[in-house]
Design a protein around this ligand. Sequence first.
Ligand code: UDP
Ligand code: MG
Length: 323
Amino acid sequence: MKLSIVIPVYNEEETIPHLYHAILAALESFQSGWEVILVDDGSSDHSFQALEQIAAKDPEHVRLISLRRNFGQTAAIAAGIDFASGEIVVLMDADLQNDPADIPLLVAKIDEGYDVVSGWREKRKDAFITRTLPSMMANKLISWVTGVHLHDYGCTLKAYRREVITGFKLYGEMHRFIPVYANSVGARLVEMPVRHHARKYGKAKYGLERTLKVVLDLFTVKFLSSFANKPIYLFGGTGIVLMIVSSILLLFLFFRRIIADIAVSTSPFFTLGVTLFVLGFQSILMGLIAELLVRTYHEAQRKPTYTIRTTIGFPKEETQLDG
Ligand code: UDP
Ligand code: MG
């Protein structure tokens, strides 16, 4: 199987037949095997019945997963990825705001040798103040914090070589950070403008509050991608800086006592100095605990601390180390 298209579906009953036909039309001239994995995320309308109809019509291409309740878009995507058998996984929304006609273009780009092709809704058709503007700011922030420079993290339509997205679990709203994870395991990323349409059927599932969640998730992602293997660098670094500041403060008080005979304990700097010292020390200890956790994490899952692109000359079994 060459290509798996993974689509989360939550209350999209009207779109589903149109979605299916658009995908079929887009992949008409696609030479290799493909499947579309539709994940019903506990819809409360008739989405599942609509999905069943197309699955019955086209068992060669259509796969269905039905979650027991609404777990959210990220979890639905994760389920789809777990069941995907294609070498390339394309993620897409069900609402046809993304255009299936872009799929072959994304796949062609992967075939040029990239691991991630990130769709970018260059001409976005959503409300400006509540959607496009907050998303623009979030994108700037994410790209600055993570150092992975993409214009559009929120665009679900992206293509991935499967091995760069199967090594980690997705939590919260984190599907938009998949490129950041992929980058941290050494994937080659490229960006590609894709079409975007206004929603024709059904309702958007999110509002402004999502931007806040995205910003919170960003902390986790930054931490995991930069320090997951060496948390002591973050905690210990912070601890050392705090202890240096506190030492300067306390030394200053000490010498002022000797030279100018000003009491140490009445100065607010004394309290500050002692507090910073304790915080710094604690931070270093926390770093050590985090180091223990990292070891448990890697060793419990037998996860190597590296990822391999290719190996040459080894017998086959020994090249299966990653994942
Ligand atoms: N979705 C989902 N579970 C949810 C919310 C949304 O699977 O709890 C799906 C939804 O059906 C759609 C995609 O996620 O396919 C994106 O949702 P929406 O179009 O509302 O988001 P936006 O376009 O505003 O990012
Ligand atoms: Mg949408």
